[in-house]
Design a protein around this ligand. Structure first.
Ligand SMILES: *Cc1c(COP(=O)(O)O)cnc(C)c1O
Length: 453
């Protein structure tokens, strides 16, 4: 049995299955927002809206037959699922411009596939030693433990997998992932993602966390979840108790618009933070949703007020069917320009482009370093003031030969002799004689080789 069906079946016995159309015929959930059902996350999951017709009914809107037909084709390719809670945040007067509607409701534009788009743009499936794991960076792995979400984000980078019956990680596959992590001692940080790990039952989650906690070299566990945004009632006391039991757990969530920071979301976040769990936020820059410096500043202020640290602002990936969400990178730089210096440093996320092809996250920022000489560096600040920084006249250069015992710095690195320098950092290392990184198939150098032959 899969973990997902396990968790959903467990919920089914508490209440008899309600006929969908009957349950919602009284307009926008009239009479059921008394807390008993509304704040029950299992009720929310069971009543997630999974068809265009249901959205029409609940929101009291009607699409014309042609649009209706296109929408139907869209959800056949990429399924729809919206929790009643998240749906209830939509402004029905202006739903087409509503940031909640635009994130949750399909658009026929999803059927457009640009020639540069890919189903797996980050090559997650290629850097995958076993089905549930993506091992990209040396010391940390992405562990996909669930393939469902309470709400299917239309801009999802993992659209190829989410909601797909063939991608459901079962117990065997999860055990494979755990075994991989156990065998690879350089892995110190495990990121649980999916789908949404909090869509698993408490028991399944507890089991996975217990297994990971038992691995000595795993120092931290991270959970990526949108539950605080789309299903805040999932953050129950029991869930928080489970999380508290295990190794340091960090949670990253995804608020994309200030409108999502409702009292229910705030309460869920407060529970986690009060339990000592650090919270970060990973926003996605989305056209016509949050591609505006004013909205972004409001969002980061809401986040820090609620003790959530803005972590990343993602440039939209090159996944298939999300071209209508993409902004130029220039928009992200413009937003960063409007934040850096203009608000608290810890309210500023790092803007990143996840490299197509699997190169990992690349930070992108406005330039602050204008020019420099041996004596002076010329910088500009957020106000446009250009200043100079006088370089030190005397600096005792440290030439590192990795012999920490002989070094005057009081550094006591564990496993220092095992540390290995890679990438561009290699060019800077004194103890490595690499002087150049040469891309494969450099024609000029290939010509040289030909001549010597
Ligand atoms: C984002 C990501 C990580 C974590 O990156 P951090 O910069 O440490 O947050 C790890 N593995 C993969 C495959 C990722 O996409």
């Amino acid at each position: 049995m899969t973990l997902q069906t396990e968790s959903l079946e467990k919920t089914a016995d508490t209440e008899t299955q309600t006929n969908e159309s009957g349950a919602f015929s009284k307009g926008r959930y009239a009479g059921i927002d008394d807390g008993e059902y509304w704040k029950n996350w299992k009720w929310q999951v069971r009543h997630a809206v999974r068809s265009i017709d249901m959205v029409q009914q609940v929101l009291g809107i009607t699409f014309d037959p042609k649009e209706r037909e296109e929408l139907q084709r869209t959800v056949e390719k990429f399924p729809i699922s919206i929790t009643p809670y998240y749906l209830s945040l939509i402004d029905t007067e202006d739903y087409r411009n509503d940031p909640i509607f635009r994130q949750a409701f399909p658009s026929p534009a999803e059927l457009i596939v640009e020639n540069y788009e890919l189903s797996d743009p980050l090559a997650e499936d290629k850097d995958s030693p076993c089905e549930c794991i993506t091992h990209r960076y040396p010391d940390r792995v992405l562990f996909l433990v669930s393939n469902t979400c309470a709400m299917y984000c239309r801009h999802c980078t993992r659209k190829r997998k989410v909601g797909d019956k063939d991608s459901i990680p079962d117990r065997e596959k999860i055990l494979e992932g755990i075994a991989y992590i156990r065998e690879n001692t350089q892995i110190r940080d495990v990121l649980l993602s999916g789908g949404d790990p909090f869509m698993l039952s408490d028991e399944s989650l507890d089991w996975i966390l217990t297994e990971l906690t038992a691995i000595p070299h795993v120092e931290v566990i991270r959970i990526g979840t949108r539950v605080p945004v789309v299903l805040p009632f999932r953050i129950t006391n029991q869930l928080v108790d489970i999380l508290k039991k295990h190794k340091p757990i960090w949670i990253n969530t995804q608020f994309n618009h200030p409108k999502e920071m409702t009292p229910s979301a705030q309460a869920a976040v407060a529970k986690l933070v009060d339990a000592g769990i650090p919270l970060g936020n990973q926003s996605v820059l989305l056209a016509r949703i949050n591609d505006c410096p004013v909205i972004m500043k409001e969002l980061v202020h809401q986040l820090v007020k609620n003790r959530i640290r803005p972590y990343y602002l993602y440039q939209c990936d090159l996944s298939e069917g999300i071209s209508h969400f993409r902004t130029p990178i220039a928009k992200g730089i413009e937003i960063m320009e409007s934040l850096i210096g203009h608000t608290s440093g810890f309210a500023v996320p790092r803007y990143v482009v996840d490299a197509p092809g699997g190169g990992g996250k690349i930070p992108v920022s406005p330039n602050y370093l204008l020019t420099w000489s041996v004596n002076k560096v010329v910088l500009r600040n957020y106000e446009g003031i250009i200043c100079t920084y006088q370089e030190p006249a005397v600096y005792d250069r440290i030439i590192c030969d990795q012999n920490c015992d002989a070094c005057k710095l009081q550094l006591n690195i564990r496993n220092a002799d095992e540390s290995k320098v890679v990438g561009v950092a290699k060019l800077l290392a004194d103890y490595d004689d690499t002087t150049t990184l040469i891309p494969e198939n450099n024609e000029r150098l290939e010509r040289r080789e030909d001549e010597t032959n």
